[in-house]
Design a protein around this ligand. Structure first.
Ligand SMILES: [Zn+2]
Length: 397
């Protein structure tokens, strides 16, 4: 399928710059997606993965290389016959994507190529928290990064802690006090002239880890985020598990300690009451009769301060219980623990590991826990990956 023009217009009259991806057939896109997710791949390996004969693959891959979507890597390996294998990879510059993560007081943006590699980043404070004010802040960041890189992004992705409908409307966001649905995707699209999608921030982070991060190539894994709230993302059979309730943060109220403190919803010892930054800081402050921050509570526990150590150890055991519950109920035994509060997993790792092991069947697969320090860039890469997915998988979502 050849497309003669480089642009099309959407229903809002917004111009969409076409990429080499848009101009390929569905079969060719399937091949390119396999290379994007698993490449670089030798032609023989790619043919095997797709169940194609080497001759068919060579015929189908030709237009992808000629069309600027796939290229041969420069570092040639050698195949069994001793001939160079010349693995294929996706041409990084075949698309550009903006990812913007919103937090209560700032927006952090990255611009990536089609392989989700971050080219540069920028951030801006959010002073005006009205929908129009937030959309303007996003549009300014998009403008800044597109000018700096000298490219027109093909899609914009935005992530926020909140309930997001149809990757477009924010149904509620406690961050900004929005209780009426806000069609942020359309607002940003009108302001930037670029098609825009919106995602819950934990969902976005998990999808980015699945395609390009710590979960790349894994059939199943989970992400637990610890911070102001407790988040959970699950990938099964390589697909992010999504539901209309995903942005509610349902894991926050999972019961972990029948003797624990109450959360604002009245749950005794739920994840939020036991694990959130605020919960640990508040419980330590009450015990010490002076205000301490979350980090101070962890520091005091490490120094052996008895009250701080009790609170932090209880929190760590609750985290171990949550980890075991996730593994037991979802069969994900690889779990990434991250977020502002993930220091807990390192500060009281022994208590966490002991509780997680105690709650597992001894015959079950050993847990594989990772505690990467993910930066604001990594979080902003999340919505950029949703933006990439809307380009490369238009048929499935
Ligand atoms: Zn609760």
């Amino acid at each position: 399928m050849e497309v003669s023009t480089a642009v099309v217009w959407d229903h809002l009259g917004v111009t969409i710059a076409l990429t080499p991806w848009d101009q390929r057939t569905e079969t060719e896109q399937t091949i390119a997606l396999e290379v994007l997710l698993h490449g670089p791949l030798a032609r023989s390996a790619l043919a095997r993965r797709l169940g194609l004969s080497p001759a068919s693959l060579t015929r189908l891959a030709g237009p992808l290389v000629d069309g600027g979507l796939l290229e041969e890597t420069s570092d040639n390996g050698t195949g069994p016959s001793g001939r160079p294998t010349r693995p294929l990879q996706v041409v990084a510059a075949a698309g550009h994507f903006l990812g913007v993560r919103l937090t209560p007081d700032a927006a952090h943006a990255v611009i990536t190529n089609l392989r989700a590699e971050i080219l540069s980043s920028a951030q801006a404070p959010i002073g005006d928290t009205s929908p129009e004010g937030v959309a303007t802040t996003i549009a300014d960041l998009v403008d800044r990064l597109r000018t700096e890189q000298g490219v027109v992004p093909n899609r914009v992705g935005v992530s926020v802690g909140g309930l997001v409908e149809a990757h477009a409307r924010i149904r509620s966001s406690p961050f900004f006090g929005w209780h009426e649905p806000v069609d942020l995707a359309t607002m940003v699209r009108k302001a930037t002239g670029i098609p825009t999608v919106v995602d819950n921030d934990v969902m976005a982070l998990t999808r980015a880890q699945s395609w390009f991060g710590y979960g790349r190539g894994l059939d199943r894994f989970a992400v637990i985020t610890i911070g102001v709230g407790i988040g959970l993302g699950i990938v099964i059979h390589g697909e992010l598990v999504e539901s209309p309730d995903s942005g509610l943060g349902l894991a926050q109220h999972f019961p972990l300690d029948a003797a624990g403190p109450l959360c604002p919803l009245g749950h005794q010892g739920c994840a939020q009451a036991m694990l959130s930054d605020e919960a640990v800081a508040t419980r330590t402050s009450v015990a010490l009769r002076r205000t301490v921050t979350y980090d101070e509570a962890l520091d005091l526990a490490a120094q052996g301060q008895p009250a701080a150590k009790t609170v932090v150890d209880q929190a760590a055991r609750a985290l171990g219980r949550l980890i075991a519950a996730v593994a037991n109920l979802t069969t994900c035994y690889r779990i990434i623990i991250t977020g502002e509060g993930a220091r807990l997993a390192e500060a009281a790792g022994d208590a966490m590991q002991q509780q997680a092991a105690a709650d597992r069947d001894p015959a079950a697969a050993p847990l594989h826990l990772q505690t990467p320090h993910l930066t604001p860039d990594d979080w902003a890469q999340g919505p950029a990956v949703l933006a990439i997915q809307t380009l490369v998988r238009p048929f499935s979502r």
